[in-house]
Design a protein. Structure first.
Length: 427
Protein backbone atom coordinates (compact mmCIF):
# COMPACT_ATOMS: atom_id res chain seq x y z
CA UNK A 1 0.00 0.00 0.00
CA UNK A 2 1.42 3.46 -0.83
CA UNK A 3 1.75 5.63 2.28
CA UNK A 4 -0.83 8.41 2.65
CA UNK A 5 0.40 11.99 2.12
CA UNK A 6 1.33 13.81 5.33
CA UNK A 7 -1.34 16.41 6.15
CA UNK A 8 0.14 19.88 6.64
CA UNK A 9 -1.89 22.98 7.59
CA UNK A 10 0.00 26.21 7.00
CA UNK A 11 -1.32 29.38 8.62
CA UNK A 12 -0.37 32.38 6.49
CA UNK A 13 0.19 32.82 2.75
CA UNK A 14 3.15 35.20 3.09
CA UNK A 15 6.57 34.29 1.64
CA UNK A 16 7.45 31.88 4.47
CA UNK A 17 4.12 30.02 4.34
CA UNK A 18 3.89 29.91 0.53
CA UNK A 19 7.48 28.68 0.12
CA UNK A 20 7.08 25.94 2.74
CA UNK A 21 3.84 24.94 1.02
CA UNK A 22 5.47 24.81 -2.43
CA UNK A 23 8.40 22.68 -1.23
CA UNK A 24 6.24 20.20 0.73
CA UNK A 25 3.51 19.92 -1.92
CA UNK A 26 6.17 19.25 -4.59
CA UNK A 27 7.34 16.28 -2.53
CA UNK A 28 3.82 14.89 -2.32
CA UNK A 29 2.46 16.13 1.05
CA UNK A 30 -1.21 17.19 1.32
CA UNK A 31 -0.78 20.91 2.00
CA UNK A 32 -3.51 23.41 2.86
CA UNK A 33 -2.70 27.10 3.24
CA UNK A 34 -5.09 29.04 5.45
CA UNK A 35 -4.84 32.81 5.11
CA UNK A 36 -7.12 35.58 6.27
CA UNK A 37 -6.68 37.50 2.99
CA UNK A 38 -5.94 40.66 4.95
CA UNK A 39 -2.63 41.65 3.37
CA UNK A 40 -2.49 45.39 2.72
CA UNK A 41 -1.38 46.54 -0.76
CA UNK A 42 1.79 48.12 0.58
CA UNK A 43 3.97 45.72 2.57
CA UNK A 44 7.49 46.37 3.73
CA UNK A 45 10.35 44.11 2.57
CA UNK A 46 11.28 45.14 -0.96
CA UNK A 47 15.06 44.84 -1.00
CA UNK A 48 16.41 41.31 -1.42
CA UNK A 49 19.87 39.79 -1.03
CA UNK A 50 21.77 37.41 -3.39
CA UNK A 51 21.14 34.24 -1.37
CA UNK A 52 17.49 34.62 -2.35
CA UNK A 53 18.34 34.42 -6.04
CA UNK A 54 19.73 30.96 -5.37
CA UNK A 55 16.36 30.09 -3.77
CA UNK A 56 14.46 31.50 -6.79
CA UNK A 57 16.50 29.28 -9.08
CA UNK A 58 15.67 26.24 -6.94
CA UNK A 59 11.96 27.13 -7.11
CA UNK A 60 12.25 27.84 -10.86
CA UNK A 61 10.89 31.40 -10.55
CA UNK A 62 13.83 33.71 -11.23
CA UNK A 63 12.51 34.74 -14.67
CA UNK A 64 9.18 35.79 -13.15
CA UNK A 65 10.90 37.73 -10.35
CA UNK A 66 12.99 39.45 -13.02
CA UNK A 67 9.81 40.45 -14.93
CA UNK A 68 8.59 42.73 -12.11
CA UNK A 69 11.76 43.15 -10.04
CA UNK A 70 14.52 45.70 -10.36
CA UNK A 71 18.05 44.33 -10.76
CA UNK A 72 19.98 45.24 -7.57
CA UNK A 73 23.77 45.37 -7.93
CA UNK A 74 24.53 46.28 -4.32
CA UNK A 75 24.06 48.72 -1.48
CA UNK A 76 25.67 52.09 -0.78
CA UNK A 77 25.89 53.26 2.82
CA UNK A 78 26.24 57.01 3.17
CA UNK A 79 27.61 57.75 6.61
CA UNK A 80 28.02 61.49 6.35
CA UNK A 81 28.67 64.02 3.60
CA UNK A 82 32.21 62.71 3.07
CA UNK A 83 32.05 58.99 3.85
CA UNK A 84 30.38 56.52 1.53
CA UNK A 85 30.73 52.76 1.77
CA UNK A 86 29.88 50.87 -1.41
CA UNK A 87 29.03 47.20 -1.07
CA UNK A 88 28.93 45.61 -4.52
CA UNK A 89 27.55 42.07 -4.79
CA UNK A 90 30.14 41.56 -7.54
CA UNK A 91 32.44 40.65 -4.64
CA UNK A 92 30.55 37.36 -4.13
CA UNK A 93 31.35 36.10 -7.63
CA UNK A 94 31.87 32.34 -7.58
CA UNK A 95 29.96 31.98 -4.31
CA UNK A 96 26.50 33.38 -5.06
CA UNK A 97 24.78 35.28 -7.89
CA UNK A 98 26.41 38.73 -8.06
CA UNK A 99 23.12 40.62 -7.82
CA UNK A 100 19.68 40.48 -6.32
CA UNK A 101 16.33 42.21 -6.92
CA UNK A 102 14.16 44.94 -5.44
CA UNK A 103 10.54 43.80 -5.62
CA UNK A 104 7.05 45.15 -5.03
CA UNK A 105 5.68 42.84 -2.35
CA UNK A 106 2.21 42.33 -3.83
CA UNK A 107 3.56 40.78 -7.04
CA UNK A 108 6.32 38.93 -5.22
CA UNK A 109 4.03 37.35 -2.62
CA UNK A 110 1.49 36.44 -5.30
CA UNK A 111 4.21 34.70 -7.34
CA UNK A 112 5.25 32.56 -4.35
CA UNK A 113 1.61 31.73 -3.62
CA UNK A 114 0.95 30.79 -7.27
CA UNK A 115 4.06 28.57 -7.15
CA UNK A 116 2.65 26.79 -4.07
CA UNK A 117 -0.73 26.29 -5.77
CA UNK A 118 0.88 25.01 -8.97
CA UNK A 119 2.91 22.58 -6.85
CA UNK A 120 -0.33 21.06 -5.53
CA UNK A 121 -1.11 23.02 -2.34
CA UNK A 122 -4.64 24.30 -1.83
CA UNK A 123 -5.62 27.63 -0.34
CA UNK A 124 -8.56 28.55 1.86
CA UNK A 125 -9.31 32.14 2.79
CA UNK A 126 -10.21 32.14 6.47
CA UNK A 127 -9.09 33.66 9.72
CA UNK A 128 -7.57 30.74 11.62
CA UNK A 129 -8.50 30.00 15.21
CA UNK A 130 -6.28 27.67 17.20
CA UNK A 131 -7.04 25.54 20.25
CA UNK A 132 -4.52 25.00 23.01
CA UNK A 133 -2.33 24.55 24.84
CA UNK A 134 -2.98 20.80 25.16
CA UNK A 135 -0.92 18.71 27.56
CA UNK A 136 -1.18 15.49 25.51
CA UNK A 137 -0.83 14.92 21.76
CA UNK A 138 -0.61 18.00 19.59
CA UNK A 139 0.12 21.07 21.71
CA UNK A 140 -1.97 23.28 19.42
CA UNK A 141 -4.88 22.22 17.20
CA UNK A 142 -7.04 23.84 14.56
CA UNK A 143 -10.31 24.93 16.11
CA UNK A 144 -13.24 22.71 14.88
CA UNK A 145 -14.73 25.56 12.80
CA UNK A 146 -11.38 26.00 10.98
CA UNK A 147 -10.88 22.25 10.44
CA UNK A 148 -14.41 21.94 9.05
CA UNK A 149 -13.39 24.26 6.19
CA UNK A 150 -10.83 21.79 4.80
CA UNK A 151 -12.96 19.52 2.59
CA UNK A 152 -10.28 17.09 1.35
CA UNK A 153 -9.28 15.93 4.85
CA UNK A 154 -12.85 14.85 5.80
CA UNK A 155 -12.47 16.02 9.41
CA UNK A 156 -9.02 14.46 9.98
CA UNK A 157 -6.64 16.70 11.91
CA UNK A 158 -3.36 17.83 10.31
CA UNK A 159 -0.21 15.89 11.20
CA UNK A 160 1.55 19.22 11.55
CA UNK A 161 0.43 22.84 11.85
CA UNK A 162 2.97 25.28 10.45
CA UNK A 163 2.64 28.77 11.85
CA UNK A 164 3.59 31.25 9.13
CA UNK A 165 1.40 34.03 10.53
CA UNK A 166 4.24 36.56 10.51
CA UNK A 167 4.41 39.12 13.26
CA UNK A 168 1.02 38.03 14.56
CA UNK A 169 2.86 34.99 15.97
CA UNK A 170 -0.33 33.01 16.47
CA UNK A 171 1.14 29.92 18.18
CA UNK A 172 3.67 31.82 20.29
CA UNK A 173 0.89 34.03 21.64
CA UNK A 174 -1.47 31.12 22.29
CA UNK A 175 1.25 29.20 24.14
CA UNK A 176 2.47 32.38 25.85
CA UNK A 177 6.02 31.64 24.77
CA UNK A 178 8.60 34.08 25.98
CA UNK A 179 10.25 36.23 23.32
CA UNK A 180 13.55 38.01 23.42
CA UNK A 181 13.34 41.58 22.14
CA UNK A 182 16.26 43.13 20.27
CA UNK A 183 18.24 46.14 21.45
CA UNK A 184 16.39 48.75 19.37
CA UNK A 185 12.88 50.12 19.76
CA UNK A 186 12.52 51.93 16.47
CA UNK A 187 9.55 52.93 14.43
CA UNK A 188 9.72 52.65 10.63
CA UNK A 189 7.61 54.63 8.14
CA UNK A 190 7.75 54.23 4.39
CA UNK A 191 5.94 55.00 1.14
CA UNK A 192 6.46 54.89 -2.62
CA UNK A 193 7.36 58.07 -4.49
CA UNK A 194 7.75 59.15 -8.08
CA UNK A 195 9.68 62.13 -9.51
CA UNK A 196 12.83 61.47 -7.44
CA UNK A 197 16.41 61.34 -8.67
CA UNK A 198 17.17 57.63 -8.74
CA UNK A 199 20.34 56.04 -7.36
CA UNK A 200 23.27 55.12 -9.61
CA UNK A 201 24.09 52.50 -10.71
CA UNK A 202 20.48 51.59 -11.54
CA UNK A 203 18.84 49.48 -8.82
CA UNK A 204 21.43 50.31 -6.15
CA UNK A 205 19.88 50.55 -2.67
CA UNK A 206 20.97 53.55 -0.60
CA UNK A 207 21.13 53.41 3.18
CA UNK A 208 21.84 56.79 4.79
CA UNK A 209 22.78 57.47 8.36
CA UNK A 210 20.61 60.34 9.58
CA UNK A 211 20.81 62.70 12.54
CA UNK A 212 18.46 60.23 14.21
CA UNK A 213 18.28 56.68 12.84
CA UNK A 214 18.66 55.89 9.15
CA UNK A 215 16.77 55.86 5.88
CA UNK A 216 16.43 53.53 2.93
CA UNK A 217 15.94 54.30 -0.73
CA UNK A 218 14.92 51.24 -2.74
CA UNK A 219 14.46 51.80 -6.48
CA UNK A 220 11.62 49.78 -7.99
CA UNK A 221 10.51 49.49 -11.63
CA UNK A 222 8.64 52.31 -13.44
CA UNK A 223 10.73 54.99 -11.73
CA UNK A 224 9.22 54.31 -8.30
CA UNK A 225 11.35 54.87 -5.26
CA UNK A 226 10.54 53.35 -1.88
CA UNK A 227 11.68 55.77 0.81
CA UNK A 228 11.72 54.60 4.41
CA UNK A 229 12.95 55.99 7.69
CA UNK A 230 13.86 54.02 10.81
CA UNK A 231 14.33 55.87 14.07
CA UNK A 232 13.72 55.94 17.76
CA UNK A 233 10.01 56.55 18.48
CA UNK A 234 10.67 59.65 20.60
CA UNK A 235 12.95 61.18 17.99
CA UNK A 236 10.25 60.56 15.34
CA UNK A 237 7.72 62.56 17.38
CA UNK A 238 9.87 65.67 16.93
CA UNK A 239 8.80 65.68 13.28
CA UNK A 240 5.04 65.60 13.91
CA UNK A 241 2.24 63.50 15.29
CA UNK A 242 1.23 61.44 12.25
CA UNK A 243 3.30 58.94 10.20
CA UNK A 244 2.93 61.25 7.16
CA UNK A 245 4.27 64.27 9.05
CA UNK A 246 7.14 62.23 10.45
CA UNK A 247 8.19 60.69 7.11
CA UNK A 248 7.88 63.95 5.14
CA UNK A 249 9.46 65.91 8.01
CA UNK A 250 12.55 63.71 8.06
CA UNK A 251 12.89 63.83 4.25
CA UNK A 252 12.71 67.64 4.34
CA UNK A 253 15.21 67.94 7.19
CA UNK A 254 17.92 65.71 5.71
CA UNK A 255 19.84 67.32 2.84
CA UNK A 256 20.78 64.03 1.17
CA UNK A 257 17.18 62.84 0.83
CA UNK A 258 15.65 66.26 0.24
CA UNK A 259 18.01 66.96 -2.65
CA UNK A 260 16.98 63.84 -4.58
CA UNK A 261 13.29 64.28 -3.76
CA UNK A 262 12.63 67.94 -4.51
CA UNK A 263 10.00 67.04 -7.15
CA UNK A 264 8.67 63.99 -5.40
CA UNK A 265 5.06 62.89 -5.39
CA UNK A 266 3.85 60.31 -2.93
CA UNK A 267 2.03 57.45 -4.68
CA UNK A 268 0.90 55.43 -1.65
CA UNK A 269 -0.26 55.93 1.90
CA UNK A 270 2.50 55.81 4.53
CA UNK A 271 2.90 52.37 6.15
CA UNK A 272 4.23 52.07 9.70
CA UNK A 273 5.97 49.26 11.60
CA UNK A 274 7.20 49.14 15.21
CA UNK A 275 8.53 46.69 17.80
CA UNK A 276 9.74 44.20 15.22
CA UNK A 277 12.99 42.86 16.74
CA UNK A 278 11.91 39.62 18.37
CA UNK A 279 13.00 35.98 18.71
CA UNK A 280 10.62 33.42 20.24
CA UNK A 281 11.62 30.98 22.95
CA UNK A 282 11.12 27.97 20.64
CA UNK A 283 10.27 27.23 17.02
CA UNK A 284 8.38 23.96 17.43
CA UNK A 285 6.48 21.72 19.80
CA UNK A 286 4.29 18.62 19.54
CA UNK A 287 2.25 18.99 16.34
CA UNK A 288 3.48 22.44 15.31
CA UNK A 289 6.43 24.44 13.97
CA UNK A 290 6.91 28.14 13.21
CA UNK A 291 8.53 29.57 10.08
CA UNK A 292 9.57 33.09 8.97
CA UNK A 293 8.64 36.08 11.15
CA UNK A 294 6.30 33.88 13.22
CA UNK A 295 9.48 32.63 14.93
CA UNK A 296 11.64 35.74 14.74
CA UNK A 297 12.86 38.80 12.91
CA UNK A 298 16.06 40.76 13.42
CA UNK A 299 15.98 44.18 11.78
CA UNK A 300 15.40 45.88 8.42
CA UNK A 301 19.11 46.90 8.25
CA UNK A 302 20.81 44.63 5.63
CA UNK A 303 17.43 43.11 4.62
CA UNK A 304 17.69 39.62 6.14
CA UNK A 305 13.87 39.23 6.63
CA UNK A 306 12.69 37.62 3.42
CA UNK A 307 15.89 35.67 3.04
CA UNK A 308 15.32 34.10 6.47
CA UNK A 309 11.65 33.53 5.57
CA UNK A 310 12.67 31.50 2.50
CA UNK A 311 15.68 29.80 4.11
CA UNK A 312 13.65 28.75 7.16
CA UNK A 313 10.98 27.42 4.79
CA UNK A 314 13.63 25.36 2.99
CA UNK A 315 15.15 23.90 6.17
CA UNK A 316 11.75 23.26 7.77
CA UNK A 317 10.32 21.55 4.67
CA UNK A 318 13.37 19.26 4.54
CA UNK A 319 12.70 18.22 8.18
CA UNK A 320 9.20 16.88 7.46
CA UNK A 321 8.41 13.50 5.87
CA UNK A 322 5.97 14.15 3.00
CA UNK A 323 4.31 10.71 3.28
CA UNK A 324 3.01 8.60 6.14
CA UNK A 325 2.61 11.39 8.71
CA UNK A 326 5.30 12.41 11.18
CA UNK A 327 7.73 9.66 12.11
CA UNK A 328 9.53 9.10 15.41
CA UNK A 329 12.53 11.18 14.32
CA UNK A 330 10.53 14.26 13.27
CA UNK A 331 10.42 15.98 16.70
CA UNK A 332 14.22 15.84 16.99
CA UNK A 333 14.55 17.14 13.41
CA UNK A 334 12.20 20.01 14.22
CA UNK A 335 14.20 20.89 17.34
CA UNK A 336 17.39 20.90 15.23
CA UNK A 337 15.62 23.20 12.75
CA UNK A 338 14.71 25.55 15.64
CA UNK A 339 18.31 25.66 16.87
CA UNK A 340 19.57 26.40 13.34
CA UNK A 341 16.96 29.17 12.93
CA UNK A 342 17.80 30.82 16.25
CA UNK A 343 21.55 30.63 15.58
CA UNK A 344 21.09 32.14 12.10
CA UNK A 345 19.03 35.04 13.46
CA UNK A 346 21.66 35.70 16.14
CA UNK A 347 24.40 35.77 13.50
CA UNK A 348 22.39 38.31 11.52
CA UNK A 349 21.79 40.33 14.69
CA UNK A 350 25.51 40.38 15.41
CA UNK A 351 26.28 41.57 11.84
CA UNK A 352 23.56 44.24 12.04
CA UNK A 353 25.03 45.44 15.37
CA UNK A 354 28.31 46.24 13.58
CA UNK A 355 26.38 48.68 11.38
CA UNK A 356 24.42 50.30 14.21
CA UNK A 357 27.36 50.86 16.55
CA UNK A 358 29.63 52.12 13.78
CA UNK A 359 32.27 49.38 13.92
CA UNK A 360 31.78 48.44 10.28
CA UNK A 361 32.46 52.00 9.14
CA UNK A 362 35.47 52.22 11.46
CA UNK A 363 36.84 49.08 9.77
CA UNK A 364 36.12 50.53 6.35
CA UNK A 365 37.77 53.89 6.97
CA UNK A 366 40.76 52.25 8.72
CA UNK A 367 41.20 50.00 5.63
CA UNK A 368 41.06 52.98 3.28
CA UNK A 369 43.58 54.88 5.42
CA UNK A 370 45.93 51.87 5.35
CA UNK A 371 45.70 51.56 1.55
CA UNK A 372 46.40 55.28 1.16
CA UNK A 373 49.46 55.04 3.45
CA UNK A 374 50.91 51.91 1.83
CA UNK A 375 49.47 51.67 -1.68
CA UNK A 376 50.35 48.68 -3.84
CA UNK A 377 49.50 45.07 -4.53
CA UNK A 378 49.53 43.70 -0.92
CA UNK A 379 47.08 46.40 0.24
CA UNK A 380 44.84 45.67 -2.78
CA UNK A 381 44.80 41.94 -2.01
CA UNK A 382 43.98 42.48 1.68
CA UNK A 383 41.31 45.04 0.83
CA UNK A 384 39.78 42.69 -1.77
CA UNK A 385 39.71 39.80 0.69
CA UNK A 386 38.02 41.84 3.43
CA UNK A 387 35.47 43.27 1.00
CA UNK A 388 34.67 39.76 -0.25
CA UNK A 389 34.10 38.46 3.28
CA UNK A 390 31.92 41.43 4.17
CA UNK A 391 29.90 41.28 0.97
CA UNK A 392 29.56 37.51 1.46
CA UNK A 393 28.12 38.07 4.94
CA UNK A 394 25.68 40.77 3.79
CA UNK A 395 24.69 38.61 0.77
CA UNK A 396 23.72 35.75 3.08
CA UNK A 397 26.47 33.30 2.05
CA UNK A 398 28.94 33.86 4.90
CA UNK A 399 26.71 35.33 7.62
CA UNK A 400 27.17 32.25 9.81
CA UNK A 401 30.65 31.32 8.60
CA UNK A 402 33.09 31.08 11.50
CA UNK A 403 36.08 32.46 9.59
CA UNK A 404 34.20 35.55 8.31
CA UNK A 405 32.78 36.32 11.75
CA UNK A 406 36.20 35.94 13.37
CA UNK A 407 37.82 38.16 10.74
CA UNK A 408 35.21 40.85 11.31
CA UNK A 409 35.59 40.68 15.10
CA UNK A 410 39.40 40.92 14.80
CA UNK A 411 39.25 43.85 12.39
CA UNK A 412 36.79 45.61 14.67
CA UNK A 413 39.19 45.32 17.62
CA UNK A 414 42.07 46.67 15.53
CA UNK A 415 40.09 49.56 14.03
CA UNK A 416 38.54 50.41 17.40
CA UNK A 417 42.00 51.25 18.65
CA UNK A 418 41.60 54.31 16.46
CA UNK A 419 38.47 55.05 18.53
CA UNK A 420 36.35 56.06 15.56
CA UNK A 421 33.35 53.73 15.81
CA UNK A 422 31.24 55.91 18.11
CA UNK A 423 31.54 58.76 15.61
CA UNK A 424 29.89 56.51 12.99
CA UNK A 425 27.18 55.02 15.24
CA UNK A 426 23.53 55.19 14.17
CA UNK A 427 21.54 56.68 17.02
C1 LIG B 1 10.57 48.11 8.79
C2 LIG B 1 10.83 46.82 8.10
C3 LIG B 1 11.54 46.80 6.90
C4 LIG B 1 11.81 45.56 6.27
N1 LIG B 1 12.52 45.58 5.10
C5 LIG B 1 12.86 44.39 4.54
C6 LIG B 1 13.64 44.35 3.33
O1 LIG B 1 13.99 45.37 2.76
N2 LIG B 1 13.97 43.12 2.84
C7 LIG B 1 13.58 41.97 3.44
O2 LIG B 1 13.93 40.88 2.97
N3 LIG B 1 12.80 41.97 4.55
C8 LIG B 1 12.44 43.16 5.11
N4 LIG B 1 11.62 43.17 6.20
C9 LIG B 1 11.14 41.90 6.75
C10 LIG B 1 10.01 41.25 5.92
O3 LIG B 1 8.98 42.17 5.69
C11 LIG B 1 9.48 40.03 6.69
O4 LIG B 1 10.56 39.28 7.20
C12 LIG B 1 8.63 39.11 5.80
O5 LIG B 1 7.48 39.76 5.36
C13 LIG B 1 8.23 37.86 6.60
O6 LIG B 1 7.40 37.03 5.82
P1 LIG B 1 6.43 35.98 6.53
O7 LIG B 1 5.90 35.11 5.45
O8 LIG B 1 7.12 35.33 7.68
O9 LIG B 1 5.27 36.85 7.19
P2 LIG B 1 4.17 37.81 6.51
O10 LIG B 1 4.66 38.34 5.22
O11 LIG B 1 3.79 38.80 7.55
O12 LIG B 1 2.92 36.84 6.23
C14 LIG B 1 2.04 36.42 7.25
C15 LIG B 1 0.71 36.01 6.65
O13 LIG B 1 -0.12 35.37 7.65
C16 LIG B 1 -1.45 35.85 7.58
N5 LIG B 1 -2.10 35.64 8.90
C17 LIG B 1 -1.74 36.15 10.09
N6 LIG B 1 -2.57 35.73 11.07
C18 LIG B 1 -3.49 34.93 10.48
C19 LIG B 1 -4.63 34.20 10.95
N7 LIG B 1 -5.02 34.21 12.22
N8 LIG B 1 -5.34 33.48 10.05
C20 LIG B 1 -4.99 33.46 8.75
N9 LIG B 1 -3.94 34.12 8.25
C21 LIG B 1 -3.20 34.86 9.09
C22 LIG B 1 -1.25 37.34 7.20
O14 LIG B 1 -2.41 37.94 6.65
C23 LIG B 1 -0.12 37.21 6.16
O15 LIG B 1 -0.64 36.94 4.87
C24 LIG B 1 11.34 44.37 6.84
C25 LIG B 1 10.61 44.39 8.04
C26 LIG B 1 10.36 45.60 8.68
C27 LIG B 1 9.59 45.60 9.96
Amino acid sequence: MPERPTRIAIIGAGPAGATTAALLAKRGASVVILDDGKRPDLVVGESLIPLMVAAFRELGIEEQVKSFGMHKPGVTFTIDDETEFNLSFQAVEGVLPTYSYNVPRREFDQLLLDTALQSGATMITTRVNLDGPHAHGAEVRLAPETLAQIPNWHGAAPDLIIDASGRRRLTAKLLQLKAESGPRTDVAHFAHYTGCRLPAPAGQVIISRLKHGWSWRIPLTDGRLSIGIVMNKDAAKEFGATPEEQLEGVIESETRIRSIGQNRQRLTPVATYANYQLISERASGPGWAAVGDAFGFVDPMLSPGLCMALESARVLAASIPPHGGLDARTPARLRRYGRWFERSLRHWQSLVDYFYDGRIFAIYTAGKAMSAKRPGRPAEVIDGHITRQLAGMAAGAYTSRFYSRLLLATLAVVSLREGKATGFAIR
